[in-house]
Write a protein that binds this ligand. Structure first.
Ligand code: ATP
Length: 254
């Protein structure tokens, strides 16, 4: 499914936080959202997912304005993995992941084998199947993050929004989770701080600075030394990676 935003504006009091943002994400594309702290990545993700209403502008999913979707209908289509999401602490991993099935079930609907399959698959995808019975409060930060991603996967969404999904993850799981997101046949929009991971796993990258889009395109067009200097205030060298041909950034620190 596609996501199209036109001239989105959102702010708090007099401060404009998302400033006239327009973008299109094509079906099955993985779009990376990068930008310095406070540039508006999370705010934009929430607007795109319909969790927040813009002051101006529109979001359309598959050509239909998001305001035209019912709550449950939208929940079947869209999953959102928040930055450091909280969860009731007295539950097991599997209970958290099972919550992902909620939008697919009627109020009195029985748990079906299809629900069970989706939960098992999601637990396996995030490498948490063997920990499915473990209590939430005993999990490490990275395990909690993977369980939250598992919940979103169990939802079997058509569009997934992920806000810093690699937070707390070791390098193996950072790569595995982003590879999974890239390879899923769904549309994904991912806010990321790690520019090398954005380069490796995103089809396209949008760069935000102070709420505005300052660059967008394929990683090799966007991740330039000039952009890193201008937007991220770092000196860096960008070369083509020998193994994958994608831009590879090394930071020059004295
Ligand atoms: N509800 C709110 N009330 C007041 N200010 C807000 C609110 N939501 C966001 N902001 C401010 O808007 C700016 C953008 O926040 P946002 O979380 O979207 O940035 P971000 O790019 O995701 O940042 P980070 O990389 O640090 O996660 C920040 O300066 C933040 O303090």
């Amino acid at each position: 499914m596609s996501v199209r935003a036109e001239n989105l504006v959102w702010g708090v009091k007099r401060r404009v936080i998302v400033d006239d943002v327009s973008l299109v994400v094509e079906p099955n594309e993985t779009l990376g959202l990068i930008g310095p702290n406070g540039s508006g990545k999370s705010s934009l993700l929430r607007l795109l997912a319909g969790l927040r209403r813009p002051a101006r502008g529109t979001v359309a999913i598959n050509g239909k304005p998001i305001a035209g979707y019912g709550g449950k209908e939208l929940a079947r289509i869209v999953a959102f993995v928040q930055q450091s999401a909280s969860t009731d602490t007295n539950v097991a991993v599997e209970d958290v992941v099972r919550l992902g099935r909620t939008p697919h079930r009627s109020a009195l609907g029985a748990w079906t084998p299809l629900d069970g399959d989706a939960v098992r698959r999601a637990l396996e995808q995030v490498d948490m199947f063997t920990r499915r019975g473990q209590r939430w409060q005993t999990l490490s930060g990275g395990e909690r993050q993977r369980a939250h991603i598992g919940r979103a996967l169990a939802q079997e969404p058509s569009i997934m929004f992920l806000d810093e999904p690699t937070n707390h993850l070791d390098i193996h799981h950072q790569i595995e989770i982003l590879r999974l997101v890239r390879d899923l046949k769904i549309t994904s929009i991912v806010a990321l701080h790690d520019l090398n991971l954005a380069s490796l796993f995103c089809d396209r990258i949008v760069v935000l600075e102070a709420g505005r889009i300052v660059a967008s395109g394929r990683p090799e067009a966007v991740l330039t030394e000039d952009l890193l200097r201008d937007v991220f205030k770092v000196e860096a060298r960008v070369r083509r990676g020998l193994d994958h041909g994608k831009p590879e950034i090394s930071f020059a620190v004295a």
